[in-house]
Design a protein around this ligand. Structure first.
Ligand code: COA
Length: 260
């Protein structure tokens, strides 16, 4: 597949997607969002891909936000459309993928960049990473899910302060607040994400997809996460992965999941 703004690489069950506009600090313009949608969809539909890592190219930025030059003269209707289209194509899309997505935050993750990292299922960061939602400094609010996912991850009061001050937190504070799960050096960041990915890959991808669905359900309006858990739990009993996982345990061997 041909892309202008991103790179994709597949190796041994892992697809790595790298946003590749380093001269613009990997800012998300419309084309990049469309390409990311295609790349995530393709990886999710690829049975060989068990985990996806999303990162940014260069050593300075994961993503420095939505591309401000593209929306500076938008109308009210265009602004609303920008947010709803972006959420559907990328941010909600990634959050609800069946394949686990790890964001490797390798520098600035601002605005849409932090919103993309928060859409991933969890995050690891390099020690030079800086994260924030600076939209109110531009006279707008986060529009790609940031007002919802930031309080879910770090709590309402901290999210209020970060959004109101438009300030950035460093990697250590992001770790202390639960925004990222691990912090390491820039050099070791991708290796760490790959190590976690390889642990995930040993498990049933079908059960992992069910777990993602149950966890996300608790954050959806009008859905009862406990009910979703019961349904997803029950469905697992009809899968070949469940048969293999339980049989392997009883036979004292490592499971070799068929992924169905
Ligand atoms: N949209 C469009 N272009 C962006 C961008 C964004 N969100 N963030 C950075 N860029 C571009 C800059 O315009 C610059 O391009 P140029 O060289 O053609 O002028 C290039 O990326 C490098 O950025 P620069 O500002 O020169 O780097 P810096 O090291 O001085 O500052 C930041 C880094 C991240 C602090 C700064 O780029 C910034 O504040 N960016 C905007 C962050 C933001 O508000 N994001 C939320 C958007 S809703």
């Amino acid at each position: 597949m041909k892309f202008e703004n991103i790179l994709t690489k597949y190796n041994d069950g892992l697809t790595t997607i790298t946003i590749n506009r380093p001269s613009k600090l990997n800012a998300l313009n419309r084309d990049t969002i469309n390409e990311l949608h295609r790349a995530f969809k393709t990886a999710d539909e690829d049975r060989n891909t068990k985990v996806i890592i999303i990162t940014g190219s260069g050593d300075k930025a994961f993503v420095a936000g939505a591309d401000i030059s593209e929306f500076a003269d938008f109308s009210v209707a265009e602004g609303e459309n920008l947010a709803s289209e972006g959420q559907a194509l990328l941010f909600d899309f990634v959050a609800n993928l069946s394949t686990p997505v790890i964001a490797a935050v390798n520098g600035f993750a601002l605005g849409g960049g932090l919103e993309l990292a928060m859409s991933a299922h969890f995050r690891v960061a390099s020690d030079n990473a800086k994260m924030g939602l600076p939209e109110v400094s531009l006279g707008v609010i986060p529009g790609y899910g940031g007002t919802q996912r930031l309080p879910q991850l770090i709590g309402k009061g901290r999210a209020m302060e970060m959004i109101m001050t438009a300030g950035m937190v460093d990697a250590q504070k992001a770790f202390d607040w639960g925004l990222v799960n691990h912090v390491t050096t820039s050099e070791e960041l991708i290796g760490l994400a790959e190590k976690i990915a390889s642990k995930i890959m040993r498990n049933s991808s079908v059960a992992i997809a069910a777990a993602i669905s149950a966890i996300n359900s608790g954050f959806e309006d009008g859905e009862n996460g406990f009910d979703t858990e019961v349904t997803e739990f029950g469905k697992c009993f009809g899968t070949a992965d469940f048969k293999e996982g339980t049989t392997a345990f009883l036979e004292k061997r490592r499971a070799d999941f068929p992924g169905e």
